[in-house]
Design a binder for this molecule. Structure first.
Ligand SMILES: Cc1cc2nc3c(=O)[nH]c(=O)nc-3n(C[C@H](O)[C@H](O)[C@H](O)COP(=O)(O)OP(=O)(O)OC[C@H]3O[C@@H](n4cnc5c(N)ncnc54)[C@H](O)[C@@H]3O)c2cc1C
Length: 553
């Protein structure tokens, strides 16, 4: 075996699943040079995660690959809850309150297709996944990360990168090499998955959650008409003795639990699993980060794993871009942990509860579950949760360095909340799209901002963020200034609750960082001082590194 040293790269991404691909695309967008390696010889052909949620589609839009994803997928029309052969609840997705989201849907698309679209986008940005290339060891040196990569011919290459992101899945070698422990547990329950063609009286293109005495069954529409994903709890199976999945077994299971006459055929991918719920104690060690399943492992029952990984990459890369350019203090990187770790924890708590409810064996409790499910879905608020909340549109980040304390109580969105790419204000959406920060200076609905006040806020923003910020004035009056956004009917200002003049700082991931009075620049200064700095090149101390250590996986 030979050893060789490669040219430096800004970011090394380990793992080319959906999280790694999103991280690589976004790193390129933020001007970082990237290598992305994967130990597999090819993309996984398995369908795995089947649902892309509303917020993920927004992110993919910003990354430039939502169109092929929409073409490859199929929108879920409705989710039906059925118990003892009778409908007990129904949610029609298009009729929910989606907070004006541009993609108000659950999109059914196999993970293999999502990954294909992402990889094609990455290739278009000039980056190719290096396959059959596995991380074997890494050393975090404070000035960078040295990784030993095993190449397809068995040679070991030492790759030196400024940053490393471990997107290498649930069994993450990066996590192990960094010595980051997991918190959590594995449920003793057994579930099975199967992709299959199904003829039945059920409506094609709708999902079903069948609450049967024999166990819960989900029927999830796949993009090809007539094909479905079956997910079933197997209460009598043991994790150490998983059953064989074949067509006769599935046919019996579906007919018994639905009480319908169905015909299954063309069995595709199958899997048997025990739900696991784990979270890494830390998402960052010096210059190395964990994202996606490497950071948090949930049961597929929640359908949130892939979607959460997409948001991780999108949250991290703009911060790395700023710090790498020396425009932001390294402390900004701590906000990745502060913002994403609680999201992972909440997700795991929710999925654990859902898994518990789906695996009830005691008959009286099953009856309660049936009644509660039916009753709850009669409330619009509960139905809407299935759109906006499960769609991750309402996901809020806590106050952290990148999220100024909220100076105003009225209006929306607030700091820490998503600044919707609103369907009803497309001109604003167009200005937010991209890798820049945006300072919105909104006239009040009843009171304009003066030219001098706007200039002072603009100068302040530029003194911290230089060319990383675009300043957009939102005004009632039309103007020849192309940086202005004409808002004659007040739609944008109402969306931001701008009764008086308001300054809103929107981050590249379209979250509100700051909201305040643009005439009192001290609060904006204090926010910008927390996020941006003309920092000296990163030092070992600044990155929180613990010095050079050899860690072997
Ligand atoms: C049976 C099953 C069903 C699922 N169903 C759903 C669902 O319905 N909905 C949902 O949201 N989620 C589901 N998931 C979860 C979803 O698939 C994951 O959340 C998602 O794949 C996570 O993406 P990732 O990129 O973080 O990790 P992964 O997709 O696991 O990708 C990790 C990549 O890292 C590579 N790698 C690993 N180690 C190394 C190394 N040392 N060096 C180089 N490369 C390495 C691997 O080859 C792999 O390509 C399911 C998972 C399973 C297993």
């Amino acid at each position: 075996m030979t050893s060789r040293w490669t040219a430096d790269v800004d970011v090394l991404i380990v793992g080319a699943g959906p999280t790694g691909l999103v991280a690589a695309i976004d790193a390129r967008r933020h001007g970082l040079s990237v290598r992305i390696v994967d130990q597999g010889a090819q993309r996984s052909p398995h369908s795995r995660a089947l649902v892309l949620h509303s917020r993920s589609l927004e992110v993919l839009d910003d990354l430039g690959c939502v169109e092929p994803v929409l073409r490859a997928g199929r929108e879920f029309r409705a989710l039906n809850i059925v118990a003892d052969g009778r409908p007990v609840g129904r949610v029609e997705f298009r009729r929910l309150d989606w907070s004006d989201a541009p993609y108000p849907m659950w999109l059914s698309i196999p993970q293999s297709e999502t990954e294909r679209c992402l990889e094609e986008r990455l290739n278009a940005l000039g980056v190719t996944v290096e396959r059959q290339t596995a991380l074997r060891a890494l050393r975090e040196t404070g000035r960078g990360v040295e990784a030993d990569l095993v190449r397809p011919d068995g040679a070991i290459e030492a790759c030196r990168s400024a940053w490393l992101v471990g997107c290498d899945g649930a069994r993450s070698d990066v996590r192990r090499a960094l010595g980051v422990a997991l918190d959590g547990d594995t449920s003793g329950e057994v579930f099975m998955l199967a992709d299959v063609a199904m003829e039945s009286p059920l409506v094609d293109g709708e999902g079903y959650n069948v609450l049967a005495r024999e166990g819960v069954l989900f029927i999830v529409p796949m993009p090809t008409p007539g094909r479905v994903r079956l997910i079933a709890h197997l209460p009598d199976a043991r994790p150490d003795d998983p059953p064989d999945i074949d067509l006769p077994m599935l046919q019996r299971l579906v007919d018994t639990r639905t009480g319908l006459r169905t015909t299954l055929s063309s069995l595709g991918w199958t899997s048997v699993f025990s739900p696991k719920h784990f979270i890494a104690k830390s998402l960052r060690v010096g210059r190395a980060f964990l994202a996606g399943d490497a950071a948090h492992i949930h049961s597929p029952v929640g359908g949130q794993g892939l979607n959460t990984g997409i948001q991780d990459g999108y949250n991290l890369m703009w911060k790395l871009g700023l710090v790498h350019r020396g425009l932001a203090a390294p402390a900004l990187l701590d906000t990745y942990q502060a913002e994403r770790h609680p999201v992972g924890e909440r997700m795991i708590r929710g999925v654990r509860r859902a898994t518990w409810a789906m695996t009830l064996r005691v008959r009286p409790l099953q009856a309660v579950r049936r009644r509660v499910a039916g009753a709850l879905l009669r409330f619009a608020g509960v139905r809407n949760r299935m759109g906006a909340q499960i769609g991750m549109l309402q996901l809020r980040y806590p106050a952290s360095l990148a999220t100024a304390p909220e100076p105003l109580s009225a209006g929306s969105p607030r700091p820490g909340e998503r600044a919707a790419l609103q369907a009803s204000t497309p001109a604003l959406s167009a200005r937010l799209r991209g890798t820049h920060h945006t300072l919105l200076l909104l006239d009040g609905l009843h009171e304009p901002l003066t030219e001098r006040e706007a200039q002072a806020a603009t100068a302040l923003a530029r003194s911290f963020a230089a060319d990383a910020v675009e300043v957009v004035r939102v005004r009632r009056e039309a103007s020849s200034d192309a940086t202005n956004l004409h808002d004659p009917d007040g739609a944008i200002r109402r969306a931001f609750g701008a009764h008086r003049p308001v300054a809103v700082w929107v981050r590249p991931d379209n979250y509100v960082g700051f909201r305040g009075d643009p005439r009192s620049t001290e609060t904006l200064r204090s926010y910008l001082g927390g996020v941006f700095s003309n920092a000296a090149p990163l030092s070992q101390e600044a990155t929180g590194s613990q010095g050079s250590r050899k860690r072997t996986v």
